[in-house]
Structures are given as C-alpha cells and as structure tokens.
Ligand binder design. Structure first.
Ligand code: F6R
Length: 619
C-alpha cells in the first residue's frame, strides 16, 4: 500500500524523507515522490519506479528546507506513472498533498471542482484533495483540511503542506489507513508505518479515525474534523515502542524473508515468555487479552477472522480449538465476513488475527462483530495498531517488525498465539477425557519448539535441492489432511506469491473430486503427512497421485518410513517429532524455505513480489 512520510524540524528535510521512504519500500509500491518547502517554493520531485529512481533525480544535499513530505504509491486510481505519483498540487501550486487510501466520492468532487474552474493533471483521487483544500483555504491550513475532510467519503490518511504556513504539516485520518506521529527533540515526524520512524524516535502517537494533527517543530495539536470545535487531548498520549532500528535491517542476509525465517525461534520464545508456565503447574497469563475466567467458561462459539496467511492461521486454530476444547469455531476471510450477514450468537467471542493490525477487511469484520454484540479480541504484531486499539483485548505476537511482504515469523507467532489462547481457555473449561494431560504436556513441547526450528534451519540442503527442481515447473500442488490442510493452503500461497509459480493447496481427500485431472507426469505435489491420526489416509492419497505419475514431495516427521518408501528419501522433507498439533509450526518453516529457495532460483524480487503490498489498508 501507499506509504507516507513527513518531517518538520531544524535539519535538512530531504535526506530524512529519503531515508524514511527507503524504510517503507518493503510495503510494495510503484512510484515515489517528495516535496520540501524551500524559500517560499516547493522543491518537488516524483517518478514512476523505485525510491532508487527518485534518489537519482533529487539533490539530497542541495536542498536546505526543513519541512517536507514524501510518498510511495501503490496504484489504485490511475496506472503507475510519473503524473499519477504523489505529491499532488492544487491550481495555484501553493500546497502539496500525499494520500494513502481511497476517496470514494472523488468523481463527484472532481466534476464539481472542474465546474469551478480547477484543472487536473493526473487520474488520481488524491489530486481532488489538493483542489478541495485550495477551495477552502482562507489563511489556515488546518481549517481547510478539516473542511475538505468533511466533504470526502472513503478511507484515507493524508499529509498536507502549504507554502504560506511553512512550519506546519497537517495530517488527517479517515477510517483505516494508519498514520503515526513520531515525537522527536526539536522536531516531529509522521509516517504511515513504525519502521520508518525507528531511526528518529520510539515515541509515537497513532492517529485515531477522524483526527487531524497540526504538526510543528515544537508541538502537535490534535483535533477531529467531525467536531473541530471540541479540544482533544493535547499533548497526545504518547506510546513507547520497544523495537530497535536494527531489527528493520537485513543484518547480512540476502533478503528480509530469509532473515525473518531465521528469527522464528526467537519469535516463539518471545511470544511464550511470561505467559506460558514452563511446568505443568502454574497458570497461563495473558492479561492484555482481557478475558475473564468466567467469560472463558461461558464461550459458546468462537469466530476467527483474518486475511491471507493470517486466515490460514485461523484455519489451523479451528482444527486445534475444536479438537482440544470442543468449542465450535467459525472461520471467515475478512473480505467476506460482513457481506454474508453473519449471525453472532450469545456468548460468542471473535478473534481477529493480523500481523500489521491495519488490514482494512479485518478491521471492518471486527466492527461488524462488535456491532452485533460479540466480544472481540485480537492477535496482532503491531503495538498501537488499529486492530489493537479497536479490540476489547489483545494478545501481541512478539515477532518484531516483519519487513518481507511474505509473512513468515508473524505467521508462526500467530500459531503460537493460538496455542496460548487454547491453553488459556483450557484452564477455565471442562475438557474431554485425557485432554488436560495432553495440553499440559504440550506446554513443555511449546518451549522446545525454538530448538526444533533451529534443527530444521541447520539442515536446509534437502529443501534447497527440491526447490531447484520445483523452479523448473509451471505449477505445484500442496495437499494435506486435518491440520495439514490449512498448511497445504499456506504452502501454496507462499510459493505462488514469491515465485509466481501457479500453486494450489487442497484437502488431500478432495483431489479426486476434480483436481486430479490436472495431474500429469512430473507435476509436483507436496504431500503433508504430519498428522498421525490421518496418516494412513494421507498415504492413500499419495498413492492416488503417484498412480498419475505426478512427482510427490513428502513432508513428515523424522523417522517416517511408509511415505519415505513410497516417494523416495530424496523427495522427503522432515520435521522433528512433536505433538501433531505443533507440527504446523515446523511444517511452516520447511514450506517457507521451499518457497524462498524456489523464488531465489528464479531470481524473483523476493521481499517485494510484484503487485503485492505488505499491509492492505483498502478494501
Ligand atoms: C502472505 C501475506 C498476506 C497477509 C494478509 C493479511 O504472505 O503476508 O496474505 O497475511 O495480507 O495481513 P495482516 O496479517 O497484516 O492482516
């Protein structure tokens, strides 16, 4: 999605803006631009392409202005092109605007503005904002932004700078796209994402829906465009982020994705720490989740909602929670949930899962759940994100910033979060015979996971060899049963998004209902067989595939014999022995490596795959 940065202080703004833009590139974008206020003019440069292309046309040291803004664009209205890149200006070129989101009524506003004589130079909805603010400007930029916001519908975050008020940036937020004010010494910052701020400050304030921030070097004033006369908390309540700037660097790895795969032992440890007792006695403590023992007892149904990889975590959660706790679980993708007129029952709890905490569809689903009376808790990775602020309670995954577009360590954090939730609920509920013992034993196994992941990471030669062969293929299938079924989907998503090889994940038993028609000699099928309860059936499905002469890559526990015998040891990927319910964490690591090395072999842009954005803040 689009990225926004801003700076107001005493230092030269341009190098700071360029550095911040560089920190946002991980989100995915197609053009970039900056504007710095300089001696009563704007130094404005923008271009289609990469931040490095912008770097080539700006004069980093030659511009002395100390206030400015910048943008990375991910096209929605109008193709990627230099005229469509932000910042945009008004007719008088007295103000510049950058925006992330969508102005839904931009067409009507544009017609009206053109009728009043405004001339447009791009196809974007953002240019409408510049002309609308121009129309309202009467000597006070904050007032003009408030009035313009009142005329627009949609979901957006914007940043504005006016020539006649050179010491002031105005930031505004409607609905979901994030916009964060960062507080420095003698300077203040704005960005759409925390990693862009980390080098400058760890003291932040994420704007709430409707808020307008007037940002100067020495103060920040927050109002709300829906009630501009009502004073807001000033200074705003500052949050302190404990991510270090170093975690947003590659640290010697060729790609963020590989670094993040290798960080997973730490993610598991950090997410468990202070919450899961290391022994069977002792209580699971997740105070921020804000669920009482009584509420935990009363839950009659859980609805898990998320998008993409986080949705796959929800599907794993369904298998786990229903089997362990016998609580019915409904799982929805965020983009569908609110449009299917969902029914919320009594004593229903919704669990929203999101790495970024900013996914528009997940947020909208939470609102729908809340409106219908559900208690809504979140599993998210970003402190102070929209999801975290909206939810009634939060379980933070402690994965640190995830920079690669493809989610890896955050997914593993989400799986561990779901285990913590299961353990927490279990201690307050009646369980089927033998389940309490299994769950208590699993506590030890959860603590062993980091060491087991390290073992997989230490021996990546088999997966590299298989990835090389997969990279020669045009399609790939993933199959599995029980908890392996969502993992098959996740394996396929990871492979397609970074290698661009067509891949699909299926319930293994479903192949014969249609998809077998696609299996021809040598088509790769990654068969997951880590669930002992359905192992025999998984092996039968592999037989069906082999009978069509497809090429099967097996994934099973170490010591596996039957599947290995069938597909050949050279076609096996193994995971260390663990409880079946923990296998998805280990399988995830093997499948992430398989995708990574396949994409590497194909020379893909692994951290920023084409057409994708890290955080999807529009519907
Ligand atoms: C795929 C991936 C996406 C995200 C999805 C939800 O690797 O990263 O599918 O999982 O866009 O994002 P969050 O978790 O930020 O809500």
């Amino acid at each position: 999605m689009c990225g926004i940065v801003g700076y107001v202080g005493e230092k030269k703004a341009l190098p700071i803006l360029m550095d911040k833009l560089e920190m946002l590139t991980y989100r995915g974008y197609d053009s970039a631009g900056v504007a710095v206020s300089e001696n009563g003019h704007f130094y404005l440069k923008k271009t289609k392409g990469r931040v490095s292309d912008l770097e080539a046309i700006v004069d980093r040291d030659g511009v002395s202005g100390t206030v400015g803004l910048g943008h990375t664009r991910w096209a929605t209205h109008g193709e990627p092109s230099t005229p469509n890149a932000h910042p945009h200006t008004d007719c008088t070129e007295k103000l510049v605007v950058v925006q992330n989101g969508i102005v839904e009524n931009f067409w009507e506003l544009k017609q009206d503005l053109m009728g009043k004589g405004h001339h447009f130079h791009s196809e974007t909805d953002t240019e409408v904002i510049a002309h609308l603010i121009e129309e309202y400007y009467d000597g006070n930029i904050t007032t003009a932004v408030n009035l313009a916001m009142q005329q627009m519908h949609g979901s957006m975050a914007l940043l504005v700078l006016h020539k006649d008020e050179q010491d002031t940036l105005v930031a505004a937020k409607m609905d979901s796209p994030p916009l964060i004010v960062g507080f420095g010494r003698g300077e203040n910052h704005v960005a759409s994402d925390i990693p862009a701020l980390l080098r400058y400050t760890n003291r932040i304030y994420p704007l709430e829906d409707g808020e307008v921030a007037t940002i100067r070097r020495d103060k920040v004033i927050i109002t709300n465009y829906r009630e501009p006369e009502t004073p807001r908390l000033s200074p705003p309540k500052v949050m302190v982020i404990n991510w270090s700037p170093e975690v947003a660097k590659k640290d010697g790895y060729e790609h963020f994705m590989l670094k993040e795969i290798h960080e997973q032992p730490t993610t598991v440890n950090d997410t468990l720490r202070g919450r899961l007792p290391e022994t069977a006695d002792g209580m699971v403590e997740i105070p921020d989740l804000n669920l009482t023992a009584e509420e935990a007892q009363r839950i009659e149904r859980l609805t898990l909602v998320a998008c993409g990889t986080a949705y796959h975590a929800c599907l794993v959660g369904k298998y786990l929670i229903e089997q362990a706790l016998r609580i019915p679980v409904t799982v929805d993708v965020g983009s569908e949930y609110r449009y299917r007129a969902p029914l919320i029952g009594r004593n229903e709890v919704m669990v929203a899962i999101s790495q970024s905490g900013e996914t528009a569809d997940t947020i909208a689903s939470m609102r729908e759940g809340m409106e219908q009376g559900a208690k809504v808790v979140a599993i998210t990775n970003v402190l102070g994100s929209s999801v975290a602020r909206l939810a009634d309670g939060v379980l933070y995954t402690r994965a640190g910033p995830e920079m690669a577009v493809a989610s890896t360590k955050a997914f593993v954090g989400q799986l561990v979060g779901l285990h913590l939730l299961t353990q927490f609920l279990a201690q307050h509920r009646e369980l089927p015979a033998g389940m309490r013992e299994r769950l208590l034993k699993m506590r030890e196994e959860l603590w062993r996971l980091p060491a087991l992941i390290e073992r997989i990471l230490a021996e990546s030669r088999p997966v590299q060899r298989l990835a090389k062969a997969i990279s020669q293929q045009e399609a790939c299938f993933f199959i599995g049963r029980n908890l392996d079924e969502p993992m098959a989907r996740e394996g396929a998503l990871k492979l397609k998004e970074i290698s661009y090889i067509h891949s699909q994940g299926y319930a293994a038993g479903e192949l014969k209902h249609g998809t077998l028609a696609l299996l021809a000699p040598n088509v790769p099928v990654v068969a997951l067989a880590t669930q002992r309860a359905v192992y025999d059936k998984s092996v039968s499905n592999v037989q069906e595939v082999l009978a069509r002469h497809a090429w099967v890559i097996g994934v099973a526990h170490e010591g596996d014999e039957r599947l290995t015998d069938l597909v050949g040891r050279e076609n096996m990927l193994t995971i260390p022995q663990s409880d079946d319910w923990l296998a998805p964490v280990l399988t995830a690591v093997q499948l992430q490596l398989l995708s990574y090395y396949t994409a590497l072999e194909l020379g893909r842009d692994i951290d920023q795959p084409r057409n994708l954005a890290k955080s999807v803040t529009v519907e």
